[in-house]
Each structure stands twice: as structure tokens, then as C-alpha cells.
Design a protein. Structure first.
Length: 274
């Protein structure tokens, strides 16, 4: 709610400034670049029939000038992720050579007024992790193996050498599930410094807290940034089961055992009757 109030205040200030005399505007120094932003929804509930969600991020940029650009980056909850590759062993496909990536974003979306290469430097994109090629994907154990043995030429495993392929495969799989998305031109700049961007959450959206960072770019560098948050939670019966499993694991385990016993008894009773 605070973000929405801030946005409304800045919109009112922008409208008031638009109606001021031209002479007064000329005498007033250029305002310091600032951004206000808010999502149309702060909380998204996932139920059994959840088929995705769509919302809009609205914002206002104070000090926006011709040639400036807006980039919106939404990052979902981070978790460690184990990635393996399939290889054929004795005629059977098996998973092998596991690599653990730490703190991988479950959801990652980038929208901008135009392609990033047209308004941002590579170093600025890398530093702020804007774009799929700049997503943080760190596998410390594999990187230590590569650093320790790569120079000496000792071949311990090809995991270190193939870490780039693992990263590419991870991003590719996330993109296939619509969890990693890029939308050049996905931010629309309206009049008086207002802008908006569409945010789409797929059915496989993970639960947790999402950060939406909005950047104002000028001359290749971000000159202002604003963060707002979104929470994705389980709702209805799914939420009750989830809370029970995490807050009272013993009770959840006992109920699961009782349910399994009852299901087995019911199946046996039906089989006897038939």
C-alpha cells in the first residue's frame, strides 16, 4: 500500500508540474531522477486450478528525458538447484555428473523499452544482472575443481570444463517452462513520465517472495532504481496442507500414515466385495 501511495503522490506532482507556466518551469532546476512503481497485485494465491496469473506494473519516472529507457527485472525465490546430464551406460540412459547451482532464481523476467544492447553497456547489465546471459548461476564446488586442477592439466572430471553447458541447459529449461522470460519492448512509456509493463506468471510459478526492480537508464548506465515486491502463496486446501507439513511435521506425518492405512483398507474392502 505504501508503494501505491507513493506512486499516486508522484503522479499528482507530475500533473501539477505539467500545468505550471513555461517561465516557472524554465527557472526551476531539473529534478533529480527518481522512480516510483507498484504492481496491481501484491499477493497471488495458487490453488489447485491455478493456470497462471497476469498483472501490470505501473510506474512514474521523475526527470525522464528523451533518450532515457526503462528496464524491469523480476526475480523469484532463490533455491539451490541440482542439475545432471544424461549419458548412455550399457545401453541405458542414466543421470550423471551432478552440478549444484546455489541460490538460483525460480523465476526471472526482464522487460525493457527496447533491446538492452541499444541503451545499456555490457558492464552495467552484468553488474545489475539484467538479461538471461547475466543471471547469477554459481556452482562453487565445480568451479573449485576447475581452478585447482585445470592449470596443472590433471583431468579429474569434465564438469569444470562443461560448466558453461550446464548453465545454458538450466536457462534453456527454465525458458521452456516460461519461468525465464525476456521481453524487449515490453515496457511502454506513456505521457508525463508514466510507464507500464505486463507481468505474466506461468502455471509452474514457485511460491515465495518476488522482487521487481525498475531501472532508469541514461547514457548506458542506470541513474535511478526502485524495488517493489510480490508474494506468491498457496491458497485454500493446498495452503492448509502446506502449512501443516512445514509448521507441524509430526502431525502431518501421522495423518499421512493414517490416510495411507485407511486407503489400503478401503481398497482391500472393495476388492473383497467384487
Amino acid at each position: 500500500m505504501t508503494a501505491r501511495l507513493c506512486l499516486i503522490a508522484m503522479l499528482a506532482a507530475g500533473l501539477a508540474g505539467a500545468g505550471a507556466p513555461a517561465r516557472a518551469q524554465a527557472e526551476t532546476p531539473a529534478p533529480e531522477p527518481q522512480i516510483a512503481a507498484a504492481l496491481t497485485e501484491d499477493v497471488v494465491e495458487i490453488r489447485s486450478n491455478f493456470a497462471g496469473a497476469e498483472m501490470v506494473l505501473y510506474g512514474a519516472a521523475v526527470g525522464l528525458t528523451e533518450g532515457d529507457d526503462i528496464a524491469v527485472v523480476i526475480r523469484g525465490p532463490v533455491r539451490d538447484l541440482r542439475v545432471m546430464r544424461r549419458q548412455r551406460v550399457l545401453g541405458v540412459w542414466v543421470n550423471a555428473d551432478p552440478v549444484v547451482f546455489e541460490e538460483v532464481a525460480g523465476y526471472y523476467a526482464v522487460a525493457s523499452t527496447r533491446p538492452r544492447a541499444e541503451f545499456a553497456t555490457f558492464s552495467a547489465l552484468r553488474r545489475n544482472r539484467i538479461g538471461m546471459e547475466h543471471v547469477r548461476l554459481s556452482a562453487p564446488e565445480s568451479e573449485r575443481i576447475e581452478t585447482r586442477f585445470g592449470v596443472a592439466g590433471v583431468v579429474v572430471s569434465d564438469i569444470g570444463a562443461a560448466i558453461v553447458d550446464y548453465r545454458a541447459a538450466l536457462v534453456r529449461n527454465k525458458a521452456r517452462d516460461a519461468l525465464y522470460v525476456e521481453a524487449p519492448g515490453g515496457v511502454e512509456i506513456l505521457e508525463a513520465g508514466l510507464f507500464r509493463a505486463r507481468v505474466v506468471l506461468p502455471p509452474a510459478t514457485p511460491t515465495g517472495v518476488y522482487d521487481a526492480d525498475v531501472y532508469l537508464f541514461r547514457d548506458g548506465l542506470p541513474i535511478a532504481v526502485r524495488r517493489t515486491s510480490l508474494e506468491v502463496v498457496k491458497g485454500g486446501t493446498e495452503r492448509a496442507i502446506y502449512d501443516l507439513a512445514h509448521e507441524r511435521p509430526v502431525a502431518y506425518g501421522l495423518l499421512s500414515v493414517l490416510f495411507a492405512v485407511f486407503a489400503g483398507w478401503l481398497a482391500a474392502f472393495v476388492m473383497r466385495r467384487t
